[in-house]
Ligand binder design. Structure first.
Ligand code: NI
Length: 148
């Protein structure tokens, strides 16, 4: 098995809060990330596909194809956007790096047919990143998205 990775960058803003919490509790848990008007990150996304190289091309997956797939389905949807408001597939989800990574997996996994999606690694900064390997996870969707 060979692991092939494509790295992408995007910039986006978000606000972390749980609409079912009182403002004090949101401040306590999310602190500066709960800033009313959001705050931004320069994200780095690493998507790894595993497989056996095709005997005729030597590719597990054509990296140009993977790049175009990521541009179309992920980067174009989130780059320079507010993740709480502008992104259809994140509506009602607390947009932590964890939940964003899982959401990206759900979009990409069925679209990768050459090789198999192995991992999604999402850096919120050089110091902080999450990695997801596709284990089943339930992410709550909060229908109340009003600020509090
Ligand atoms: Ni943040």
């Amino acid at each position: 098995m060979v692991y092939v990775t494509r790295k992408m960058h995007f910039s986006a803003s978000h606000r972390l809060y749980n609409p079912t919490f009182e403002p004090e509790k949101n401040n306590l848990i999310f602190d500066k990330c709960n800033n009313l008007n959001g705050h931004g990150h320069n994200y780095t996304l690493e998507v790894t596909v595993k497989g056996v190289p095709d005997p005729e091309t030597g590719y597990v997956i054509d990296l140009k194809y993977l790049r175009d797939l990521l541009d179309l389905h992920i980067v174009d949807k989130v780059d320079h956007k507010h993740l709480n408001y502008d992104v259809d597939f994140l509506q009602g989800i607390i947009p932590t790096a964890e939940n964003i990574a899982v959401s990206f997996w759900r979009i990409l996994d069925p679209k990768i047919v050459q090789g198999k999606l192995h991992s999604i690694k999402l850096f919120e900064s050089d110091q902080n990143f999450v990695e997801y390997f596709g284990d089943p996870i339930t992410i709550p969707i909060y229908t109340t998205v009003e600020s509090n």
